[in-house]
Write a protein that binds this ligand. Sequence first.
Ligand SMILES: Cc1ncc(COP(=O)(O)O)c(C=O)c1O
Length: 351
Amino acid sequence: MFFASDNTSGVPVQILDALSRANGDFVAGYGNDPINLALRDRIRDLFDAPKAEVFLVATGSAANALAIASYCPPWGAVFCHELAHINVDECGAPEFFSNGAKIVPVPGAGAKLTPQALDQALMRAGKGGVHQVQPALVSLTNLTECGTRYTVDELRTLCATARAHGLPVHLDGARFTNALVTQGCSPAEYTWQAGVDVLSLGGTKNGLMGVEAVVMFDPAQAWEFQLRRKRGGHLLSKNRYLAAQMLAWLEGDLWLTLAAHANHMAAMLEDGLRQQKDAKVLFERGGNMLFVDLPRSSHRALHGAGAQYFLWPDHASLDGPPDMPVAGRLVTSWCTTKEQIEEFLEALGKI
Ligand SMILES: Cc1ncc(COP(=O)(O)O)c(C=O)c1O
């Protein structure tokens, strides 16, 4: 019963096979190999973006921080939701890689920004004043940190709000595929056609061993990104092994199949939870992540029965009044099984 994160899952055999195949011969290093070129073309095709540049890194934090730094000077400000991973979970990497840019957190229910809140924050930003950091970028996350999802229209309106203030948009897509398969639109509609300039396309949470692609729909910042990636120590020399994973993931729509399975498992879990009288599902589920209020005693019993998941927020504790509702964060993955969901719901039902 592993619901702690989609990071806890293994790697599909198709990816391991692709790594073996990539292992054949000598090839150029640093991304100048045929597998990288094929991947770049595949992503351009899939996103209907023939001029997009594609760069690989090994972690989502590196993808976000380097992408953000490429758009943001040291005196710049990045506007994002207050719960955004870049604000709370990256140990200051975006600030570090940008040499000190400021993250400006904006509130919003369910980890979603509204155009009104974003507009207000941007109006108050002090653009043009020498005493203030200067607005440089808006960063959105989809799926969000609360497992909710922006629709295409919502994304379009937020990007238009950023654009009205002269700002480009970064999208943290650590779980982009989970959002995409639920939304049921094309990758292009869900990114650059809605106004996204640069995407951190997450692979690791959806089955890869450790690959994220930075997709720059506007290639103007691509050279700067490349220099920052090298300087930041994130240009892997044996880059073919990153590209081979992601190319196999995109082959035959495997990325969509894996995410659809994870989302389906989350839907099953949600249905079961909604039938439990003490359980309250907290946000509208957009993909493979659920938040549920349960009495603290239920969390204790579930953990005792072997279920692995985190309480939310991070500082919540199993110690304290047993009847008090505490939120749990449950994440399903490409290899979560129906049996694991049933086991969890059965353990909860017995409490
Ligand atoms: C929304 C979001 N963005 C980025 C990341 C960063 O990924 P990594 O842990 O690979 O740096 C995560 C990981 O949990 C995430 O949830």
